[in-house]
Ligand binder design. Structure first.
Ligand code: ADP
Ligand code: GLC
Length: 485
């Protein structure tokens, strides 16, 4: 089976969040199962092509991509996801992708990803690659199904191609000026008021994908249910209910080679469920690195996150000072994003020196060290399509404290609710007081070191590999080939 996997980010080349990790690990797993995957993404200026062994495809040099009545030249760099057989094609178009950031607020943001999608079709044509499945991810690549049906349908190469759209986050919909539909080669009137591709007066990339893809997936079973309700549906719940027969929640796996405390090159000392002693060394090293005063019995809560409203940190803000009355509590915080969260955490690190450490920015190595060195990991997200950090935490014996939503609800078992089976702590009502109570519950358990170790070990032994989920995607591909839904 041939699969075209198209994405706006992929580890290790370019990453802002979990989409990048999934875009590397899932194709690699599919390819191990005998599926031929070609992955398409932009060549952002930050990607060091030579370092990753990419070569320029000279036969595709300055290939013209038709967008509206313009012809935009691109180059293509070819390589592979490290340690896999997944072919990667980086679409090189400095005009669009040399912006210093992966995503922008520039007026041509829609055009950037329309170009990527046209380029994927054109490269497949040049290589005579006939995909059984085109797998799109999020709004940036959600036009592929419509472009296939309206613009590339003349080409027999794609005659039996079926499409899958994975929704990693329904809140980002790619709303743009309806004129962009012409650039994508789609009928302009469908992006007008009342048209299939229109939402809220704009041309919606994500709605277009939801209407046109043969199959829809999202990244956890609970989120698949949630987005069909008004409170999580971001205005698209009606459509998702309409298409529910084609929609499936498939929980993300994690890359158990990259996130493995026994072999992780970023951490101070290896450890495992059998021998947790190395975790103390990781804890101490993290404290030194971040400037925390940390005794053995001081509970250390880690946070690694985009600071976006989705992530629920405003709940934490309002109870932070109360929590800090618990005098030996420590925080190790890594993230960036909304200014007011950055500002607040900065203020807290100044107010509680040695107790609250904050690193603003993106730092992959430090993310690993916080996972390895913390005792607990906090994710109070209002909604969380899947979430990867709670799974990384479980694997590193770092007990997650989470809001019971989306993938967090599917992966963390509350230790009070399910005595003897718990892997973490979770709460239903996303309010500051409930969050505070849940953190206090976790701190109580932390005092009982024997029971705590049991919680850690159950989490570490849980299987979060891609094995089962990759099979579910393969089944979805096969059913898309077999029948319509
Ligand atoms: P989302 O994709 O919504 O941001 P996920 O939990 O799915 O949330 O994935 C986040 C990914 O991004 C994880 O791999 C996490 O380690 C990483 N990450 C987030 N913020 C940072 C940061 N500041 N530095 C390093 N890694 C980060
Ligand atoms: C999105 C979601 C996150 C999910 C990730 C990968 O960024 O916010 O919950 O884990 O995509 O699917």
């Amino acid at each position: 089976m041939n699969v075209c996997f198209i994405t706006s980010e992929c580890t290790p080349f370019a990453k802002t969040g979990g989409l990048a990790d999934v875009s590397a690990a899932l194709p690699a797993f599919l390819s191990r199962k005998g599926i031929r995957v070609k992955l398409f993404m932009p060549l952002y200026s930050s990607i060091q092509v030579l370092e990753y062994g990419f070569v320029k495809a000279s036969e595709l040099s300055q290939t013209a991509i038709a967008m509206g009545n313009e012809a935009i030249p691109i180059d293509v760099w070819y390589g592979q996801i490290p340690g896999s057989d997944v072919d990667v094609y980086l679409i090189d178009c400095p005009r669009f992708f040399h912006r210093g950031r992966i995503y922008t607020d520039d007026p041509d943001e829609a055009d950037r990803f329309i170009l990527l999608q046209h380029a994927a079709f054109v490269v497949m044509q040049r290589y005579n690659f006939s995909p059984d499945i085109i797998h799109s991810n999020d709004w940036q690549t959600a036009l592929m199904p419509a472009m296939l049906k309206y613009h590339y349908n003349w080409d027999r190469l794609f005659a039996s191609t079926r499409t899958v759209l994975s929704i990693h986050n329904l809140a980002y919909q790619g709303l743009s000026n309806p004129d962009f539909s012409i650039r994508a080669g789609l009928p302009r009137e469908m992006a007008d008021q009342g048209g299939l591709f229109e939402y809220s007066g704009a041309f919606s990339f994500l709605k277009t994908g939801i209407m046109m893809a043969d199959r829809l997936s999202t990244v956890s079973p609970t989120y698949a249910k949630e987005i069909q309700s008004e409170s999580f549906g971001e205005g698209l719940d009606g459509l998702l209910r309409m298409r529910s027969g084609c929609l499936k929640g498939i929980i993300n796996g994690i890359d158990t080679d990259i996130w493995n405390p026994e072999t992780d090159p970023h951490i101070a000392s290896p450890f495992s469920a059998k021998d947790l002693s190395g975790k103390s060394a990781c804890r101490a090293a993290l404290a030194t690195e971040m400037g925390l005063k940390l005794a053995e019995n001081d509970p250390l809560i880690g946070i690694v996150s985009r600071f976006a409203s989705q992530k629920g940190f405003d709940l934490l803000l309002s109870v932070f000072r109360d929590l800090m009355k618990f005098s030996n509590l420590r925080f190790a915080i890594l993230g960036s994003g909304d200014r007011h969260f950055e500002y607040f955490f900065d203020q807290m690190s100044a107010a509680y020196p040695g107790r609250v450490a904050v690193y603003k920015g993106f730092n992959d190595g430090l993310a690993h060290r916080i996972e390895a060195g913390s005792d607990m990991f906090l994710m109070p997200s209002y909604y969380e399509p899947c979430g990867l950090n709670q799974m990384y935490s479980l694997r590193y014996g770092t007990v997650p404290i989470v809001h019971k939503t989306g993938g967090l609800a599917d992966t963390v078992i509350d230790s009070d609710e399910f005595p003897g089976h718990g892997t973490g702590f979770s709460f239903w009502n996303a309010t500051p007081d409930v969050l505070k109570d849940t953190i206090f519950r976790a701190l109580d358990w932390f005092e009982d070191r024997k029971e705590w170790k049991n919680i850690q070990i159950r989490g570490m032994k849980t299987d979060f590999s891609w094995t089962k989920s990759a099979d579910e995607y393969i089944e979805m591909y096969q059913s898309a080939k077999r029948e319509s839904c």
